[in-house]
Design a binder for this molecule. Structure first.
Ligand SMILES: Nc1ncnc2c1ncn2[C@@H]1O[C@H](COP(=O)(O)OP(=O)(O)OP(=O)(O)O)[C@@H](O)[C@H]1O
Length: 985
């Protein structure tokens, strides 16, 4: 085939490879084509100008080269061979066009021509030396400062800068080209753009000391002790989304901290911002702090020479315009000398620098990519610096890590995210390890862990580190409580409230709440003021306005915020954002002057455009009932961060629960409290109903199903916090669906507790679809109370292991309605298969078992076969992507031979050869029900298919046998398809 035909026939693949690769690869390709004269300078400019996207530029290049004829097409393949990685080449056929053209024997006729002919190697040699070379060209009068700025535009990567330099030099003529060639020859012999080792090492040392000092102690702990991060840091569960092997399904894969900056889970090669997402208290800030400490102490991330940590909370305070340079130097670490060289080095080697931005969700500006700012030295608003850094307009190629709650990551920002790692909090072992680290006394540790194990609802909450911290901190209270230990988030926060109040210096008369109601209200007002105006750092002025006194500060709920305090007087923060939400909720519940529209605004986000008032701006008591204020409240609450308001609302529901109301009664008017309780109940009911009303009528032939939104999960959590079974019962009485879909709703163990609390009141069993959440074994345990109300449960992609599934099956066996389970992509092994066998034996109405993409081998298949043999109901069996092999296939085929119900069997990608196919032929021959058999991606040969064919001759029920990806030649496939159309290749 000619190169031109080869190019034409692979056009799609070429576009896929080049457009899916990096800008640099594409430009290296152009370098070769220019050097080999397959492209003229004019062509080159045309391709570059042909659009901003790589795919546009690739298309234009392919058109151009194809139009130039055979010789140009050959050179294109040769150039591709030079620049593509082996993995990229594997998608292409190059036939024998991959060798480079023979070297030109004639030397180039001029220096300008040399710049073209040796372009690929000159670009490589100039990498990292552009600034030094430019300086020399300016000194010799060949370049102006304007030329330098143009070459060094911050949007260019170092290689692009080298290309610009070569292009501009060629335009300047022979003398400049000659000087550049001589300079390049000298490179490597003299210093590059690197400041002399001593300069940058000195700065690095200072930066390491600064970062180490900032990260050594846990930043948001209570002020009384300085807790070394090193002593208590416990690894959390971090996951990235990746394609499940051989499928286009996304699977959450665990990664280690060291992989945060690796290529695992990359979704956009051109972006260089890594997002760490997670809910409140999942440990995002702590993880970042740990990363800083590891770098500063030389233990990890040493590929970065500089790491600059920023907190978005602190950046909110930056009112002056700043340049990137002053942001880095003045707000992180000031170089004692040679500032210009150090900054120049950062600009020339952006890939050696890491910038981190903690708490992007708290940044007061919404991400926008409209205003372009490329100059690293000219000042602009802080939001412009940050947004242009994230987009890569400023300091292109510098790696950025941001942490945020997911809700705050808008669609425009997502375009610039290289990959997202979700932080899921502690694993079961993580919780125990955290408790051990926090308590040196092994008896306390053992008792505390024992107490958690006996209270699975509390244990589920502890997957969120901030809750584990509370448990650990309040261990004495917890161990003294016996059976009434906490069940809800509100219980936990009341426990820490009591702990701090009783331990603070001031003792007061009355019960622990009543005696300190003044403190609670003052801190509560400050908290609510803050939430509604998205303010999490408070000046002494703010404290004064909320009348917060020294005795209130001494309770320990506020800690002084470092950095900001030193700049402009003392500043304070709540220990954690959830603590701020809790105080806001206490204020709403206890304050008799709070009117119901505040509660409405908190709970009815969708119906009314809700917003809480800007209390911080009103000197008189706020949130008081006046109709004039109501509309102001509504608009201002809109601006508050919805996730924080939702947490506050959950606490409000919790505080108004029957069991806590009595404790609060002493501190406020009972009638008002009762009214607030009724309002919350009403709003929760209405909220649920609104969801139910939005359920579309079923399509013909489909079940009526509801696709729940995260907001629905939040409402369920509020009902759980309220511990109100009647409310749950009423709500469920109105839900009329057969299928409840809660995929991708961030459901962890704690959410499972709430779900079960509500769903166990369903009138009729539903199919509960929980795919792609973080249910885990702990979550399964929590779901058990509602299993009776599930005819099907879908738990694909949920990090479930044998232990969890065995618990579910133990219960499932006794649930008459339970008929289907889907467990694709979990961590199941042969340890659980005998339990499935038991279920199949005992439940003669069980219909569907899907165990794809787990770790089941022939041993597991043999155990499963024991149950299959006795099942008189199973219709669907899926084992895709396990490793059952021929032996496993034989065991299953034998066991299923007598089945009169099996309709669908998938053994895709299971290492099955012709021996297995022989056994499966036996199954086909005898089956009176089987319709589809999936055997794609196995090792079945022509002989194996022959067995299947012979069996098909005697079978009338089978509609298709899928055989794509087996050991068959094209000719064999042709031939076999002709014999029986039911064979699908
Ligand atoms: N990996 C960890 N090891 C030990 N303790 C942790 C860890 N992660 C979190 N914690 C504890 O939980 C508290 C809250 O964690 P952190 O502030 O990091 O959460 P966050 O996800 O940043 O929360 P938010 O989004 O609300 O700011 C910490 O102050 C610390 O006490």
């Amino acid at each position: 085939m000619s190169a031109q035909c080869l190019l034409r026939s692979q056009r799609d693949q070429l576009i896929g490879v080049l457009a899916g690769g990096s800008q640099d690869t594409f430009h290296s390709l152009l370098d070769y084509l220019l050097a080999w004269e397959a492209l003229l300078q004019e062509d080159y400019e045309n391709v570059r100008a042909s659009g901003r996207t790589l795919s546009g530029a690739t298309r234009s290049l392919l058109d151009l080269v194809e139009g130039k004829g055979e010789a140009a097409c050959r050179l294109l393949f040769a150039a591709l061979n030079q620049v593509l990685a082996a993995s990229q080449k594997s998608h292409l056929s190059m036939e024998d066009f991959s060798s480079p053209p023979p070297l030109e024997t004639d030397p180039p006729s001029s220096a300008v021509q040399s710049l073209l002919r040796y372009r690929p190697s000159l670009v490589r040699k100039l990498h990292g030396h552009v600034a030094a070379t430019l300086k020399l060209l300016v000194d010799r009068g060949c370049f102006t400062q304007y030329d330098c700025d143009e070459v060094q535009l911050p949007v260019y990567t170092p290689s692009q800068q080298a290309r610009r330099l070569l292009d501009l030099t060629r335009m300047k003529g022979e003398d400049t080209a000659q000087l550049l060639l001589t300079t390049i020859q000298q490179l490597g012999k003299g210093p590059a753009d690197t400041p002399s080792g001593a300069i940058y090492l000195k700065y690095q040392k200072k930066l390491r000391t600064t970062v180490s000092a900032q990260s050594r102690f846990l930043s948001t702990y209570d002020r009384t002790d300085n807790i070394c991060l090193e002593d208590i840091y416990t690894d959390g569960v971090l996951e990235v989304s990746q394609n499940a092997c051989g499928t286009s399904d996304q699977k959450q894969c665990p990664i280690g901290l060291e992989d945060i900056l690796s290529s695992a889970g990359t979704v956009n090669e051109d972006a260089d911002t890594v997002l760490i997402s997670g809910e409140a208290g999942s440990g995002k800030s702590t993880l970042l702090q740990w990363l800083h400490l590891l770098w500063a102490s030389g233990r990890a991330f040493q590929e970065y020479l500089f790491v600059f940590p920023f907190s978005c909370r602190r950046l909110n305070f930056m009112e002056r315009e700043v340049s990137l340079r002053s942001l880095i130097f003045e707000h992180c670490c000031w170089p004692d000398a040679d500032q210009d060289q150090v900054f120049q080095f950062i600009l020339s080697h952006p890939e050696k620098t890491l910038l981190t931005f903690d708490g992007f969700d708290e940044f007061k500006f919404c991400f926008a990519d409209e205003k372009r700012h490329c100059s690293p030295t000219s000042p602009t608003g802080i939001q412009s610096v940050l947004f242009n850094l994230l987009q890569g307009n400023l300091l292109k190629s510098v790696c950025k890590v941001i942490t945020s709650r997911l809700e705050a990551v808008s669609a425009p920002l997502k375009k610039y995210i290289r990959k997202e790692a979700s932080l899921k909090g502690f694993s079961q072992q993580g919780i125990e390890s955290f408790i051990r680290k926090n308590h040196s006394d092994p008896t306390v540790t053992a008792r505390l862990i024992g107490s958690l194990q006996s209270n699975s609802a509390l244990f589920s909450l502890c997957h969120i580190p901030v809750f584990s911290w509370i448990v650990s901190r309040c261990h004495a209270e917890l161990l003294g409580q016996g059976s009434s230990s906490p069940q809800t988030m509100t219980d936990l926060y009341l426990m820490i409230l009591q702990h701090f109040l009783l331990h603070s210096a001031q003792s007061a008369a009355g019960s622990w709440i009543q005696g300190r109601v003044g403190t609670i209200l003052r801190l509560g007002k400050l908290a609510l003021d803050g939430l509604v105006s998205s303010c999490y750092v408070f000046s002494t002025q703010d404290l004064k306005q909320a009348q917060v006194a020294e005795e209130d500060i001494s309770t320990g709920f506020l800690s002084t915020s470092k950095n900001i305090s030193s700049q402009s007087g003392k500043h304070y923060e709540f220990l954690h954002i959830t603590v701020q939400c809790f105080f806001a909720s206490l204020f709403i519940v206890i304050n008799d002057n709070i009117d119901h529209f505040i509660i409405a605004a908190l709970f009815c986000s969708g119906t009314k455009k809700s917003a809480l008032a800007s209390v911080r701006t009103c000197p008189e008591p706020c949130f008081l009932s006046t109709s004039r204020q109501e509309s102001r409240v509504q608009t201002l609450l809109q601006k508050a961060e919805r996730p924080n308001l939702q947490i506050t609302a959950s606490f409000v529901a919790g505080l108004l629960s029957q069991r806590h109301r009595s404790a609060l009664l002493e501190s406020c008017q009972p009638a008002k409290l009762a009214r607030k309780h009724d309002y919350v109940k009403k709003y929760l009911s209405k909220g649920m109903l609104k969801h139910f009303k939005s359920i579309p009528p079923p399509l013909k032939g489909e079940k009526k199903s509801m696709h729940a939104m995260p907001e629905f999960v939040w409402l369920i959590k509020c009902i759980y916090e309220m511990q109100n079974s009647d409310l749950a019962k009423d709500a469920m009485a109105k839900l009329e669906v057969e299928h409840l879909k809660l995929t991708y709703c961030n459901i962890g163990p704690a959410e499972c507790t709430a779900l079960a609390f509500v769903l166990r009141h369903l009138k009729k069993p539903v199919g509960l679809q929980l795919d792609c959440n973080s249910v885990g074994d702990a979550g399964i345990e929590q779901l058990l109370p509602c299993l009776e109300k599930c005819h099907a449960i879908y738990l694909r992609n949920n990090n479930i292991s044998d232990e969890g599934i065995c618990r579910l099956l133990e219960k499932g066996i006794h649930c008459p309605s339970f008929q289907k389970i889907a467990l694709f992509n979990n961590n199941l092994t042969n340890e659980c298969t005998k339990h499935f066998a038991k279920l199949l034996k005992q439940k003669q109405n069980f219909l569907s078992l899907r165990l794809g993409n787990n770790h089941i081998t022939e041993e597991g298949a043999e155990q499963l076969a024991e149950g299959l043999r006795e099942s008189s109901s199973l219709q669907y069996l899926g084992l895709w992507g396990n490793k059952i092999g021929d032996k496993g296939a034989e065991a299953l085929a034998r066991a299923l031979q007598s089945s009169r119900t099996l309709v669908w069997l998938s053994l895709v990608d299971n290492n099955i050869g012709s021996v297995g196919a022989h056994a499966l032929a036996g199954l086909i021959q005898g089956s009176v029900s089987l319709e589809e058999l999936w055997l794609t991606n196995n090792h079945i040969t022509r002989q194996g298919v022959q067995y299947l064919l012979e069996a098909l001759e005697k079978n009338t029920t089978v509609k298709s046998v899928w055989l794509r990806g087996n050991k068959l030649s094209t000719e064999e496939v042709e031939e076999l398809t002709q014999i029986d159309r039911r064979l699908t290749f």
